[in-house]
Write a protein that binds this ligand. Sequence first.
Ligand SMILES: Cc1cc2nc3c(=O)[nH]c(=O)nc-3n(C[C@H](O)[C@H](O)[C@H](O)COP(=O)(O)O)c2cc1C
Length: 350
Amino acid sequence: MLPNKITEQLNITYPIIQAPMAGGITTTSLIIEVANAGGLGMIGAGYLTPEQTKKQIAEIKQLTEKPFGINLFTPQSFVVHTQDINQALTLLDPICKQLELDNLTVPSIPTYEEILGSFQQQIEIIIAEKVPICSFTFGIPSKEIIEQLKGANILLIGTATTLEEAKLVEEVGFDMVVLQGQEAGGHRGSFTANAPKAGIELNEFIRQTNQAIDIPLIASGGIMDEHGIKTVLELGADAVQMGTAFLTCEESGAHPIYKSAIIQANKTDLQLTCAFSGKWAQGIQNDFMQYMEKYEHLLPPFPVQNALTQSIRKQAALLNNTAYMSLWSGHNPQLAKQQSVKALMDALTL
Ligand SMILES: Cc1cc2nc3c(=O)[nH]c(=O)nc-3n(C[C@H](O)[C@H](O)[C@H](O)COP(=O)(O)O)c2cc1C
């Protein structure tokens, strides 16, 4: 794998980015090991409070001088009515009983203004701490925020699931774009009305985008090995962003039974669901997804449904019960291994 414009701009050896994975997966040791092996480690800070964000940035800076990045969820406004929340809670009730969660307290659901406030604080921390790279999913932040970050010489990466979104990311002046294909594990980063629910097949998406935009392309979705990397680089991508392959590594913070579930899974076990969070995401099918499938059109939007299912996911993890956990995975779980980041990076960069 030869150095290229992305390795130069990101100041890394290999064009390999460890996907930011919010929810405790992207531990400091995962990020440090990726950096030590010549890739770019990314903090998935979408669910972190400003204080937690500051703490993890400080930990990483103490342990390495190599570059690393951080990823935020661009806040999207949402409308929710009390009756929708009550309906969703009624639907979740049988699952609570199953998990012996008899007192499902209605969690505090943050308002859009509170989410925006916390996001702005994260931006200020990123600038103050001089994090060199910042990526976004679920949309493009305001012009003011883009200007603040660019003024601090922070390199900006957007996420797109369609050509239209990739063009918008380029237009606002981002430095690079992640092309998230339909093979990707986890939430779709979509932010336009026309984006298909599942996304576009990655190779087709690279072909469409390659000629149409000039900023460097980071391919993402189902890439697990050096063969996968070679294929997308040959099609015109400049780098890869890999989630599932790093998720099952020893240094990742994913629950051990989640890692095992991925290692035992096949492509045919995957399903798209919005039942955990109110936003479409891809993971290994389980009882929760199957039970909720028929109610998906009734559920409140992200992040409301995410807040409503939080105690279910927590309790399921405590009970080692994968039937009610979110098991996000990309299209090629059969290629995942339980190994160190170093072993994975060695295999990827042979
Ligand atoms: C568990 C999990 C959590 C994820 N969280 C985030 C996130 O916080 N921010 C983000 O931009 N992408 C997130 N993604 C999507 C990845 O950036 C990437 O598109 C995806 O992992 C690529 O597919 P792969 O898992 O097959 O490599 C997540 C993916 C997974 C599997």
